[in-house]
Ligand binder design. Sequence first.
Ligand code: GRF
Length: 212
Amino acid sequence: MDVVVLVSGRGSNLRAICSAIDAGTCDAEIVGVVSDRKNAAALEFAEARGVPTRVVSLRKSDDRDRWNELLAQEVAQLHPELIVLAGFMRVLGRPLLDRFPGRIINVHPALLPSFPGHDGPRDALAGGVRVSGCTVHIVDAGVDTGPIIAQAAVPVLADDTAETLHARIQIQEHRLLPGVIHQIAIGAITLAPLRVRTVVSDPTRSLTVPDA
Ligand code: GRF
């Protein structure tokens, strides 16, 4: 399955997907990496791997509709079967959503629908929850509002900072996201309409499709 990954930053999830592909546990190929930031470390990693990269920057003064059009054009030129938002810090507009209905997923560092937005770990700490985690969901026009595909939980510890909690959550992201991509690739998860036959809620278990 041909996948385009959208990134804004570090790209540890991109690396995790690539590691799973290399290990033969994720039946996908990354056909492009697209960023809204030209200095995203994820781009360097993609280039070193020989993956085509594109940058579609958005400055404060830019026309957002135009940016959404350009983003959709750049992504479409890569002909993805699935688009994965892995640390892409922008809300998608209609051009991309309409061109790829039900074919865009995102990973978020909290157990949605709790703590959407740009700082899930900090918000979870402020909310006083004892358990947090990560969510992979279908992207719609809202902020982290689309249908939930899979989640993994982690404990929140008494001395956690947003950084230590995020680091614990990312360990689960790096397992959950490539697993979900693989399950989509083999047809165990369908996105439109969403149908999940996968056991994912227990982080101590591997991702498996239960026997029918
Ligand atoms: C991840 O925690 C993801 O959930 C959130 O942004 C972060 C990206 O991390 N959307 P990385 O760039 O993949 O390391």
